[in-house]
Design a protein around this ligand. Structure first.
Ligand code: MG
Length: 244
């Protein structure tokens, strides 16, 4: 006899009320089981159902935004590093609603200030930037701080490590919905930086821009992850995505 046979109602009930919002009974025994996902061994490691966008060895899954050809950034110590003036790069893999993990490191050698220090960016769907910047003891305009939805919403806290230390974003992303050019529902971002919530289910006002009002422009339901060349030697590693 199995444990489930031994313990009554272990798998649920068939005589409880039906919840109108879900169509299932409370503790419904026929409700589908959640899929099994094997977590990574350590926090930040890719779980079993993740699509790995960068594993530290190859830029094969990345292209130059400018040329459409191979990404021209360098791989250094298991990370990809911006090669200034080669331009942004983007993943060949495209996705919409997702969970994204990405780690970044601003240069150990501190130079520049404000937006000129360790600047890069993580662009969801190629157009919505979550700012990457070295804001350790480096004030700048709040909606351009590390973890800002650039030009729209500052992060809820400044959680920067000291320069040269690795940081990690964990992002939960809901893509905007369009009906033709009309926005049916906006993009929504929740972001953790180094384990601290810095964007809490924040609706975006449109695509990222500089010094002008944000506005939406309709695009396909899936898009690439784009990383910014802002001429600083920022590195990225351990990039993976789980699509919803
Ligand atoms: Mg940037």
């Amino acid at each position: 006899m199995t444990i489930q046979e031994h313990v009554p109602n272990q798998l649920g009930y068939a005589d409880t009320p039906i919840v109108p919002e879900t169509g299932f009974r409370v503790h419904d025994r026929t409700r589908p089981q959640p899929p099994v996902v094997t977590p990574g061994r350590h926090p930040g490691n890719a779980p079993s159902d993740a699509h790995v966008l960068f594993d530290g060895h190859s830029l094969a899954g990345w292209t130059s935004v400018r040329s459409g050809g191979p990404a021209e950034w360098h791989i250094v110590d298991g990370a990809m590093e911006v090669v200034p003036k080669t331009g942004d790069i983007q993943s060949t893999h495209v996705f919409g609603d997702c969970q994204l993990h990405i780690e970044f490191r601003s240069p150990e050698l501190v130079k520049g200030h404000g937006q000129g220090r360790g600047n890069s960016g993580v662009f969801l769907m190629g157009v919505y930037e979550i700012q990457v910047l070295d804001c350790f003891d480096n004030p700048t305009y709040p909606d351009g701080t590390t973890g800002a939805l650039y030009g729209q919403y500052p992060p809820l806290a400044n959680v920067c490590h000291t320069p040269g230390e690795w940081s990690g974003y964990d992002i939960i992303w809901k893509a905007p919905r369009f009906d033709g050019e009309k926005v049916v529902s906006p993009a929504i971002a929740s972001v953790m930086l180094n384990g601290v919530v810095i964007q809490n289910h924040q609706a975006l006002l449109g695509i990222t821009n500089h010094k002008i009002l944000p506005a939406y422009k309709a695009h396909p339901s899936k898009g690439p992850l784009r990383l910014q060349d802002h001429s600083d030697l920022v590195r990225f590693r351990n990039i993976w995505v789980r699509e919803f």
